[in-house]
Design a binder for this molecule. Structure first.
Ligand SMILES: Nc1ncnc2c1ncn2[C@@H]1O[C@H](COP(=O)(O)OP(=O)(O)OP(=O)(O)O)[C@@H](O)[C@H]1O
Length: 218
């Protein structure tokens, strides 16, 4: 079992909201498996993804990644996770504006000492980024930036890719193409994918599909 979320609850303090945002959520994800999470706006999808990526803390329950309890990790342990086993793609791509496409693609992999030039060359080619490698993010379209963000995450050959609406800014055809590529590339890297989406069509293409309703798996 790669990811195990056990009865997790989460409240955001200071908001005056007493109902937990996540209210006893449990799920499991095997190595190499793809899982879609849908749910209405505000149902807690992004919160759950953030918790799985050790970006935020939870109030009770436990999240185990490769058997490691996330509640017990300190900042160093959390940072180490994101330089190797776990990679994230969010709707805001967070590309580094002072680095070229080629440098953005290899940045995290170099930091995590997982730089593999052949794999990055394959990602660059498959993601259709070859002609843009010398450009800076601001010289790219939104869809091109999105593909760089996906490539940068996969450059790590992570065990788990957490993706929050990674095709949310694309039209249907572009979104299908990017999803095809993501599925191909996570398959090639043996990476498990945990993907938040509003689209039931996208969700249907993954191995499994869970739905979150008001902080609970429906
Ligand atoms: N940092 C925060 N502080 C306080 N409340 C928050 C914070 N982040 C999210 N929330 C609240 O938690 C709830 C769940 O938010 P979350 O972003 O997880 O939902 P979501 O299902 O991903 O929504 P969407 O589909 O609109 O992105 C919402 O009611 C939101 O207002």
């Amino acid at each position: 079992m790669l990811l195990r979320v056990q009865d997790v609850t989460k409240k955001y303090p200071g908001t005056g909201v007493t109902r937990p945002v996540l209210d006893g959520v449990s799920l499991q994800l095997n190595a190499g498996e793809t899982l879609a999470l849908t749910g209405e706006s505000g149902s807690g999808k992004s919160t759950l993804l953030h918790l799985a990526g050790a970006l935020d803390s939870f109030d009770s329950g436990e999240i185990l990644l490769d058997g490691k309890a996330l509640s017990r990790l300190d900042d160093t342990g959390r940072a180490a996770l994101r330089r190797g086993p776990v990679a994230l793609v969010f709707q805001q791509f967070n590309l580094i504006s002072s680095l070229t496409v080629a440098q953005n693609l290899s940045f995290h992999a170099r930091l995590g000492e997982r730089f593999d030039p052949d794999w990055i060359a394959r990602l660059t080619e498959r993601l259709g980024l070859s002609e843009f490698v010398a450009r800076y993010p601001e010289q790219l379209s939104g869809g091109q930036q999105q593909r760089v963000a996906i490539g940068r995450a996969l450059a790590l050959r992570p065990r788990l890719l957490l993706a929050d609406e990674p095709t949310g800014n694309l039209d249907e055809i572009a979104s299908d193409r990017v999803l095809d590529l993501m599925l191909e590339l996570v398959g090639a890297a043996g990476t498990a994918l945990f993907l938040v989406t509003h689209s039931t069509e996208i969700a249907a293409r993954l191995d499994r599909h869970l739905h979150l309703r008001a902080g609970r798996i429906a």
